[in-house]
Ligand binder design. Sequence first.
Ligand SMILES: *Cc1c(COP(=O)(O)O)cnc(C)c1O
Length: 405
Amino acid sequence: MINFKELATEFQTPLYVYDFDYMTQQFNALKEAFRGRKSILCYAIKANSNLSVVNHFASMGSGADCVSIGEVRRALLAGVPSYKVIFSGVGKSDDEIREAIESDILYINLESEAELGRVELIAKELGRVARISIRVNPNIDPKTHPYISTGLHANKFGVDLNRAKRMYILAKNSANLDPVGIHFHIGSQLTQLEPIRESAVIVSDLVRSLKVLDIELKFFDIGGGLGVTYKDEATIAPYDYAQAILSTLTGLDLTIVCEPGRFLTANSGYFLTKVLYEKQNGDKRFVVVDGAMNDLLRPSLYNAYHKIEAITASQSEPSKADVVGPVCESGDFFAKDRELPQLEHNDLLVIHSAGSYGFGMGSNYNTRGRSAEVAVQNGEARLIRKRESFEDLIALEKEFLPSAK
Ligand SMILES: *Cc1c(COP(=O)(O)O)cnc(C)c1O
């Protein structure tokens, strides 16, 4: 049990706390599901890109799935070997492509024909061969929130099957491209297995048809997206997930690459925020806290549900309240109509499942410094990111003031 009250006193609020032992468990559970098969787990850094978090996964043998060159640099800095780094994303700049090729990463996931052209050209300029994989859009509805669905033609991600095939042929005939993998990622917070299995069927059929053309791929990259329980969602068991994928690969000798983000970190994380006041507008009850949408955006962005635990001496009957932050937006809330006891100044609220897409989506809106981050491992807590100070926030602007000249 993590002593949240103690952590809030020691490190102040608002505060992110991550249970590293939980991350270890999740990593091992997924790794175990693929046991006996060649597989690499490449942690999707965007879920929680704190260097200590990435380093924690690297120390367990994880690779990294990156969606910007900044994330590639984070991965390498945190100790992920370059041969386990993947670079995905629909819009890579020339500079990013150049650096990725020079860093000798495992492969670049291509998401368009135009991108293939750029990567080829840049590899040629560098006198290098770029290892590539192509992200296929299988046009499957993942049955998740529309903002986090990615595997439909209506989404910007990946390329359709025919285009992918043409691209593989182009890549095979290029002196500067080496097609080594195939990739799909149909969405995030997936709680149904069938769309994943259907996608794997479609993509593995494409692998077979490429084989006929003498294009032999090595990596079958199944993306990430495994869902987690925020409220009461039933999720996919890692074993069933692995079996569903593997069942589509008979006769193929491929290394499975899996890019879990949320599955590894979401439920490792807690966001700690203190109650400032209670207020009432007519019949409506509000609990105003010191954390805000600039710290944890998911409720505002997706209307996401996060369990909230109140640490309080209050014995009062719970009643419905909106939990809101100090930011000047009506969208600044953590929960609506949540049953909570009457709260006092300095009572602590623990917002659960905040380990993925929490800190990383944060901003400095309203000139609020980002929270500190703390790791808990083997019963010990340690700071892994300092709280941002006012000086940090203005550092890049200050010198431009007339008075600074
Ligand atoms: C976001 C993303 C992931 C991770 O998604 P989760 O839902 O956090 O597992 C994996 N691969 C790609 C390409 C992504 O964009």
